[in-house]
Design a protein around this ligand. Structure first.
Ligand SMILES: Cc1cc2nc3c(=O)[nH]c(=O)nc-3n(C[C@H](O)[C@H](O)[C@H](O)COP(=O)(O)OP(=O)(O)OC[C@H]3O[C@@H](n4cnc5c(N)ncnc54)[C@H](O)[C@@H]3O)c2cc1C
Length: 599
């Protein structure tokens, strides 16, 4: 049943054979873990995904939350899931023992995220957002705040949210207007409006805790004047009783996909009585939020990978059963029709999906391992820099390419792919959010080219190039992979050349032109980085085959090698076109005037 939406074999290949994540257990923080504990956690997560989450995946789409009398009514499974996740320790599994967690590595946490999102993305959003919000309190909250909020959030009785966006402040958070006035009584009075807040209200829990950005009256303009507040829907009074905190859900958007989770409009302080509690220092809110945002951006990449993967398995299942047409070499019109998986074009579409999904998953696991090494390893600064540079790619590649992958899944089903009887149309709608939330692709692109490539004198960029070069060196020692290692060397050289070309434009002070094609640069970075991941996987598969394996493993590794070859023959060459665009010195998109669109 798990193979309905993911491959457990592939997960274990990546975790143990490619990335040896069990090596993390040598560090004191993870010392209580072993491959056995990881396997047990993963197997249990797959069971939860299969038995509890996947069965309501389509039902939550057809019965989305309803906004009735100022309250958002969600599917009954949301309450069950929050409680079960709380009871099972899934919301705080990655926390330290101090916070009741299991101290699992980020890489295992991300694999759990992958499993739950593949099973039911909308449903996973509720505990997922609660985990992220609680994590902010763990990192930046006071002792009192931790005591007051964490237990209820980790046990699934209180929902957590991330409340940033406002009608006039989406990508540009510097412009948020929600205000906070210090009362001198240990709380601020919050006033303003938030929109698009995921799980911003639900009847599945007893309280909702918003981690909200607001501007303290008199604070500097721009990003330097934004603070972080805990703003609960119900606050506790002096007697420890809960009372309404003047925070109202005023409505809900109706969306293309990801329908099982509501996005809410919130009004704070309509009666002048909404209390907010400052987290950490004033005016540091955005940097605190970015701490969580990095985690959330990786989570978005994983969520997109998971949805595309589930779509791939649905397409594969259908394609194996659908009989249609005959081989071009078959002349007898009365001969039996063949499964469509026998047609090269259908195999091409399946290979495309697998190349995207397994390449993106490998990148996510790789990035998560770097994040762990940044926390516990001896070279934490190095791994911190590498993961920081990779995050916009980890978020964007699966989000953008996952849409194309889910589209190919629909194509494999022909007309049935367009119909609600099969799940692929839902995956296609559900995945469309991922290029938008947690920073659009345009914003990720500016982050990569405008900030990450040059940060610390280009050190992160150099370190990533070194990591890719290391993989190339290992692959060159395997005769069958030598030619592919050469192709990646060429791609890396092209990437370095393009980077140098763009940085020269920056040095000349033409900033608008420098960043104009940042999204194309990010696209190219994604193709090259995923080619690196495929070479890494191919090296592991080739070594395993050389050491002698049983028939089932042999099929698995050969499948990997075909998909790897597909990536290098069909996907990697796309960078030639991207290089041509990036090195074109015209600045059409800068020069085009808005009024010329109008006639
Ligand atoms: C389903 C869903 C769930 C969400 N959940 C949450 C949530 O839980 N909490 C929360 O706070 N928010 C949430 N959001 C809001 C989301 O983060 C924003 O929609 C997103 O940041 C983009 O902001 P915007 O919609 O205002 O678009 P805009 O910022 O108006 O962007 C529109 C377009 O302009 C481009 N653009 C904008 N500025 C620039 C620039 N400087 N340079 C180049 N291009 C630019 C963008 O890339 C984009 O293509 C959610 C949104 C959705 C749809």
């Amino acid at each position: 049943m798990a193979d309905k939406f993911l491959s457990k074999r592939n997960l274990k290949f990546l975790l143990y054979e490619v990335f040896s994540v069990d090596e993390l257990n040598k560090y004191e923080y993870f010392q209580d873990h072993s491959r056995d504990t990881f396997d047990m956690i993963i197997d249990t997560a797959i069971k939860i995904g299969t038995d509890m989450m996947y069965p309501v995946f389509q039902e939550m789409d057809t019965n989305p939350p309803q906004y009735i009398d100022g309250i958002v009514k969600t599917h009954p499974i949301v309450k069950t899931t929050m409680r079960e996740f709380g009871k099972g320790g899934w919301i705080n599994a990655n926390q330290s023992y101090e916070y009741g967690g299991q101290q699992i590595p980020t890489v295992i946490q991300n694999v759990l995220q992958f499993i739950f999102c593949a099973a039911n993305y909308s449903l996973n959003a509720y505990p997922g957002l609660t985990r992220g919000a609680a994590n902010l309190i763990v990192h930046f909250g006071s002792r009192e705040q931790k005591d007051q909020y964490l237990e209820k959030m980790f046990s699934g009785y209180w929902q957590g949210t991330m409340a940033l966006t406002e009608p006039d402040a989406g990508s540009s958070l510097a412009d948020i207007r929600t205000s906070a006035e210090d009362t001198g009584l240990g709380y601020y009075k919050i006033k303003g409006t938030k929109i698009f807040i995921s799980a911003g209200d639900t009847d599945a829990v007893d309280n909702t805790i918003h981690m909200m950005l607001a501007r303290i009256k008199g604070a500097p303009a721009g990003v330097k004047g934004i603070s972080l507040f805990i703003v609960p829907k119900y606050r506790s009074n002096k007697n420890g009783e809960f009372e309404f905190n003047d925070l109202t859900c005023t409505g809900m958007e109706h969306k293309l996909g990801y329908k099982g989770s509501p996005i809410c409009q919130l009004a704070m302080g309509e009666n002048g009585d909404c209390h907010g509690y400052l987290v950490g220092d004033p005016n540091k809110g955005l940097s605190y939020m970015f701490h969580m945002m990095n985690e959330k951006r990786v989570a978005v990449g994983i969520g997109a990978t998971a949805k595309a993967t589930a779509a791939y398995y649905a397409a594969l299942e259908y394609a194996q059963q659908r009989l249609q047409g005959r081989k071009i070499t078959e002349n007898d019109p009365l001969s039996a029709q063949i499964p469509i998986t026998e047609h090269a074009d259908v195999k091409r579409m399946l290979l495309f999906q697998r190349a995207i999904c397994e390449g993106a998953l490998s990148l996510a696991v790789q990035a998560a391992k770097y994040l762990d090494l940044a926390t516990v390893g001896e070279e934490s600064e190095k791994y911190d820099l590498i993961s920081d540079l990779l995050i916009p790619i980890v978020k964007t590649y699966p989000s953008e390419m996952g849409i194309l992958s889910a589209s190919a899944a629909i194509q494999c089903l022909g007309g049935y792919g367009f119909c609600r009887d099969f799940p692929v149309e839902q995956y296609y709608r559900d995945i469309r959010i991922d290029t938008l939330h947690e920073g659009t692709t345009g914003i990720q692109a500016k982050d990569l080219l405008g900030r990450k490539v040059t940060m610390k004198g280009g050190k992160a960029y150099q370190l990533v190039i070194e990591e890719v070069s290391k993989t190339i060196g290992q692959a060159q020692a395997i005769p069958d992979l030598k030619a592919y290692a050469e192709k990646l060397t060429e791609a890396l050289d092209a990437f370095k050349e393009v980077t140098g070309f763009l940085l020269e434009i920056k040095q000349r002070g033409d900033l608008e032109k420098f960043e104009a094609d940042a999204a194309i640069y990010l696209e190219m970075a994604g193709v090259v980085v995923v080619a690196w991941q495929w070479l890494l996987q191919a090296t592991t598969a080739a070594r395993a085959l050389a050491s002698g394996v049983n028939e089932s493993d042999s099929n698995f590794y050969h499948g990997k090698l075909y998909t790897f070859q597909y990536y290098y023959k069909y996907e990697l060459p796309k960078i030639e076109g991207l290089v041509a665009v990036l090195k074109n010195s015209d600045a059409i998109t800068v020069e085009m005037k808005t009024e010329l669109f109008l006639d």
